[in-house]
Design a protein around this ligand. Sequence first.
Ligand SMILES: C[S@@+](CC[C@H](N)C(=O)[O-])C[C@H]1O[C@@H](n2cnc3c(N)ncnc32)[C@H](O)[C@@H]1O
Length: 227
Amino acid sequence: MTDRNVGRFFDTLTGDYTETIERCFPRYREMLWALLDYLPQDRTFNSVLELGCGTGNLSVLLREAFPNATLQLVDLSSESLEICRSRFSADCRHEFHQQDFGTATYDDGSFDLVVSSIAIHHLDAAGKQLLFRRIHGWLTNDGVLCFADQCAGGADDLNERHIFNWKRQSMNAGSNDAEWTMWMQHQADHDHHDTLGDQMEWLREAGFAVVDCPWRYLLWSVVQARK
Ligand SMILES: C[S@@+](CC[C@H](N)C(=O)[O-])C[C@H]1O[C@@H](n2cnc3c(N)ncnc32)[C@H](O)[C@@H]1O
């Protein structure tokens, strides 16, 4: 189920979102690079849906990687979406929708690529399972889902170690106690960290034939699922 307040949280962060996320999320840029780099190299994508595009850091990379594609960019946060839109020309063919991807519907076979970065974890376990089934339908027969997201460690001590190392690295990158407390409160209020193993299993149950994790660091994993 979607927590609509999550959009309002990101409305308040937008101005310095990228600066904040680069300071607080270790290897954020590398993760976005990995999401695109591990896509099948022998094909191009023409119709791309991005869930939770935020201020558009992945969206602009998609535009560069697939210049002929039409992008459909979706986010709950109107402020973030406005910043994302401002990074594209006014007459571009891409679409920007303030929408909840937990309830969005599209025709079957609408997209050959669905992507998302640090957004799907705002849905709970049931919401993720439903979304994975829906995305399987929205994709063309050879379509690909690839997302980067926060996943829980597979055991409590592993998860605690992820959080310990995350905090240490954020502090080394210039964060502070107030910012760390803000993220921990956000996590308690809005995040649902399911394990990587569970999510890969749910993708297989949704019908994806190939499911893999080509990149992982602490809580963050890039997951790819091919029909
Ligand atoms: C941490 S930000 C990530 C933004 C961007 N993808 C990035 O990598 O920098 C999460 C974004 O997901 C959006 N979001 C969370 N849940 C959503 C939902 N159910 N529907 C649409 N957008 C959602 C938030 O509004 C926010 O902009």
